[in-house]
Write a protein that binds this ligand. Structure first.
Ligand SMILES: [Zn+2]
Length: 105
C-alpha cells in the first residue's frame, strides 16, 4: 500500500512534469511572435480557470494572484519558490521538487 506522497507517486509526477515541459517548449517554439503577443494580451491578469480578472495580494513578501469570482489562487514564477524556501520540510517544498529539473528543455 502506498501512502500519498510516496516515492512512486513522486517519480510518476516528475516524469509527467518532464514530458509537459518538453511539450510546452516545442509548442512555444512553433508559435509565431505575433501569436505569442496575442495570447499574452488575452490572458494577462486573467484567471486561468474562469477567465475573470485576477487581483494581486502581497502577503509576507509573496505575490499571490487571487480570482475573487471562483476563489482560485495562483502563484507566478518565483513566488512558489519563495513559499517553499520558507518551509523546507513543508508541502510546498515537496511539490516544488516534482518540477525541478537539472537540464535545459
Ligand atoms: Zn476564476
Amino acid at each position: 500500500m502506498h501512502k500519498p506522497g510516496s516515492e512512486e507517486e513522486e517519480y510518476f509526477a516528475r516524469e509527467n512534469a518532464e514530458k509537459m515541459r518538453k511539450l510546452a517548449a516545442e509548442q512555444r517554439a512553433h508559435l509565431a511572435e505575433s501569436e505569442k503577443a496575442k495570447l499574452r494580451q488575452l490572458h494577462h491578469k486573467r484567471c486561468p480557470s474562469c477567465g475573470m480578472e485576477l487581483h494581486d495580494v502581497t502577503y509576507r513578501n509573496v505575490k499571490i494572484e487571487r480570482c475573487f469570482a471562483c476563489n482560485g489562487t495562483f502563484l507566478s514564477s518565483g513566488e512558489f519558490e519563495k513559499l517553499a524556501k520558507a518551509e523546507p520540510k513543508g508541502v510546498m517544498s515537496d511539490v516544488l521538487r516534482l518540477f525541478e529539473h537539472k537540464h535545459t528543455p
